[in-house]
Design a protein around this ligand. Structure first.
Ligand SMILES: Cc1cc2nc3c(=O)[nH]c(=O)nc-3n(C[C@H](O)[C@H](O)[C@H](O)COP(=O)(O)O)c2cc1C
Length: 221
């Protein structure tokens, strides 16, 4: 969609969605997200912006009931893991390598139709900052932060679509890595999001939303 044809969500609709959403504790196991809606949620993951555009993360979508049942005990036993329609496990890269940066440069060259040589300065900047780590980043922490941007965008997209979500950090990441076959690889599990539809039995849906007053969070200068 070009900027000229971009449509905006009415402010009231956006705020309604942000108030409507809540960290769903009880999902209706009988309601599945449709294929079309799920595609939009995956698009929102793929379209998430990231530092340099490097997208140092991956996502594992879980719908298999057997796998969900394996993940639940290592997710503090939370019922959302088995009862939600879909899970998205967020994986963050463990390292940044020249090969990874070059893969990204190849993609930029392909999509934008530019010569790789024209991207050499950008490539060298990324290699210097992230592979040689001239800026002193904690790379696993940085990649996790990037993954969390996708996490936030996914939840906001779901809210706008009337789809419920529960962000879940209450899990054993090492057990996730083992169950998902990630050990010794380039990525590790950092969090999971359960998505689907709330059960009528979820009393949390009706509770007032607790947030600090805006003045405590937002300073204007
Ligand atoms: C990164 C993150 C991790 C969370 N982990 C869990 C979790 O493991 N289990 C759970 O029930 N809620 C979890 N929550 C939900 C928060 O408790 C909830 O978002 C917060 O209290 C605000 O309430 P609301 O989302 O219902 O508005 C998590 C939220 C975030 C953002």
């Amino acid at each position: 969609m070009s900027p000229a044809t971009q449509t905006s969500v009415p402010t009231e609709t956006l705020l309604d969605a942000l108030h409507w959403r809540y960290a769903t504790k009880v999902f209706d196991p009988a309601r599945a997200i449709s294929v079309t809606d799920w595609q939009a949620l995956e698009d929102s993951l793929v379209l998430t912006p990231s530092s340099y555009g490097l997208q140092p993360y991956k996502f594992i979508v879980v719908t298999d009931p057997v796998l969900k049942a394996q993940l639940r005990p290592v997710s503090w036993g939370q019922s959302q893991i088995t009862d939600a329609s879909h899970l998205v496990v967020f994986l963050a890269r463990n390292t940044m390598t020249e090969a990874y940066v070059d893969g990204y440069i190849d993609r930029v060259a392909e999509v934008r139709g530019v010569a790789k040589g024209d991207l050499a300065g950008y490539r060298d900047l990324m290699v210097g900052n992230l592979v040689e780590n001239r800026v002193g980043l904690n790379i696993p922490e940085w990649t996790a932060r990037q993954a969390y941007l996708a996490f936030g965008q996914l939840m906001q997209t779901a809210a706008l679509m009337g789809i419920d979500a529960c962000p879940i950090e209450g899990l054993d990441p090492k057990a996730y890595d083992q169950i998902l076959g990630l050990e010794g690889g380039d990525y590790r599990a950092v969090a999971v999001c359960a998505l689907g539809y709330r059960s009528d039995a979820d009393k949390y849906a009706a509770l007032p939303k607790v947030r600090q007053r805006a003045e405590a969070l937002i300073e204007r200068r």
